[in-house]
Write a protein that binds this ligand. Structure first.
Ligand code: PLP
Length: 448
């Protein structure tokens, strides 16, 4: 397959910054996808952001369709959030002792979800890592079930790729993750109920928990399917209950973003344990896990399952999250929903007009575009998502970037909007679409 990836050049400040960054940081970035590896070219270094826009160090204004991978539901630098954060910072940035802000943030989360108690942590990774320990501690069982293509942070036991065949034990998904660490992880295809039944039939009394993204957003957006009127999450909750395993719903990406109550707001399935992050930190490092009080009470200092953090419940991060959640009114969600609906329709129309095979999928206002071969009409799982033409996406991505639109630098990510993405902002995105669709059409890829 030929490639249309552009060369890295040093004729911009971003390129110079990237060259310097690569000397001092692996790959020049602090989280891999930022490096543009799957689309090629040089990452833009960002100097500032406001509302729906990013401003790079070269002075370009970019319409931001990444929104920090989810957190910026209200748009960048929302004045009330910034005021609250500045006030909190002025009162001291960390105490290592309890504060009112973290209690109020917990109340706000509990008010929007089925959890009865929460523990605040610093990242989604920490939330899922802690939840696994709690589930194993509570059940006295070792095995966990996850789905291929669902990402739950870089927790060793969850960085596992499926072996061949259904319900095989997982193999480590990264050097440095030992076989022993993933030996108790089962990886199944998403939306595949037969595979789930088979895994529980074989290992049901050994499974501590099943963890799933509430709606998958890390292999592109794949909503939980509905069969005979029963949603995938309902099915999962029921089969876990039947076997005494805990059902863990990871709403780090979807929580407080796709609705006031995340995916739970759509399907009403109450998990045993949940994880949250992104929006609830308002752009600061804050995340949480929670569940029924009887389970959460098994954590230290009440129970024996140890979990702790120097900066957990940090007063500045908690204030940012609390202010963001309080400002996330029904009107905010209505605006983001409207923007997402318009953009999905416009992207689909532009790709269709250019003859580019694609599928657009969404979970509420979170959506993505799969550049899958002609004839594929739905993407239910990772195996199907992996059939995408990443070359077509790279061409599309760079054309949009050249027109001032910042898309996720990977074909396997959702597109995120904010309440500041109004029609005038979207008009700029829409006007860039025909050229990007033509670039995708010209790129090589499967099914073309
Ligand atoms: C569903 C889900 N869970 C967990 C994580 C990990 O969160 P963090 O990057 O804050 O560690 C992510 C990150 O994108 C996520 O999307």
């Amino acid at each position: 397959m030929s490639t249309t990836l552009p060369d890295t050049s040093l004729d911009t400040r971003s390129a110079a910054a990237f060259a310097r960054a690569q000397q001092v940081t692996p790959g020049g970035v602090n989280s891999p996808v930022r490096a543009f590896l799957s689309v090629g070219g040089t990452p833009r270094f960002i100097a500032s952001a406001k509302g729906p826009y990013l401003y790079d160090v070269d002075g370009n204004e970019l319409v931001d369709l990444v929104c920090s991978w989810g957190p910026m539901l209200l748009g960048h630098a929302h004045p009330e959030v910034i005021d609250a954060v500045a006030g909190a910072a002025a009162r001291g940035t960390s105490y290592g002792a309890p504060t009112l802000a973290e209690v109020e943030l917990a109340v706000e989360i509990i008010d929007r979800t089925p959890v009865e108690q929460v523990r605040l942590v610093n990242s989604g990774t920490e939330a899922t890592m802690s939840v696994l320990r709690l589930a194993r501690g509570v059940t006295g069982r070792d095995k966990i079930v996850k789905f291929a293509g669902c990402y739950h942070g870089h927790v060793d036991a969850l960085l596992a790729a499926a072996g061949s065949g259904v319900a095989t034990l997982a193999i480590p998904g990264s050097p440095g993750v030992t076989e022993a660490t993933t030996a108790d992880t089962l990886v199944l295809p998403y939306n595949d109920r037969a595979a789930v039944r088979e895994a529980f039939a074989a290992f049901g009394d050994q499974i501590a928990c099943l963890v799933t993204e509430a709606a998958a957003g890390n292999m592109g957006v794949i909503p939980p399917g509905v069969e005979d009127g029963v949603g995938f999450n309902r099915f999962l909750a029921d089969i876990c209950a039947e076997h005494g395993a805990l059902f863990v719903s990871d709403e780090v990406m979807t929580g407080f973003r796709i609705s006031r109550s995340g995916q739970y707001g759509f399907d009403g399935v109450a998990p045993d344990l949940m994880t949250f992050g992104k929006v609830m930190g308002g752009g600061f490092p804050a995340a949480a896990f929670g569940g029924r009080a009887e389970l959460m009470q098994r954590l230290a200092p009440v129970g024996g399952v140890y979990q702790a953090g120097t900066l957990s419940g940090n007063p500045v991060a908690s204030t940012a999250g609390l202010t963001t959640l309080r400002l996330a009114t029904p009107e905010v969600y209505a605006r983001v929903d409207r923007a997402a609906e318009r953009l999905q329709a416009e992207v689909g129309a532009a790709l269709g007009a250019a003859g580019v095979p694609h599928v657009v999928q969404h979970a509420g206002n979170l959506f993505s575009v799969f550049f899958v071969p002609d004839g594929v009409t739905a993407v239910p799982d990772y195996a199907t998502a992996a059939r995408q033409s990443t070359t077509a996406y790279a061409a599309f991505f760079h054309s949009m970037l050249d027109s001032g639109v910042y898309l996720p630098p990977s074909a396997f990510e959702g597109w995120f909007l904010s309440a500041t993405h109004d029609d005038a902002v979207l008009d700029r995105v829409v006007s860039a679409l025909p050229a990007a669709a033509a670039a995708a059409a010209a790129a090589e890829g499967p099914g073309r």
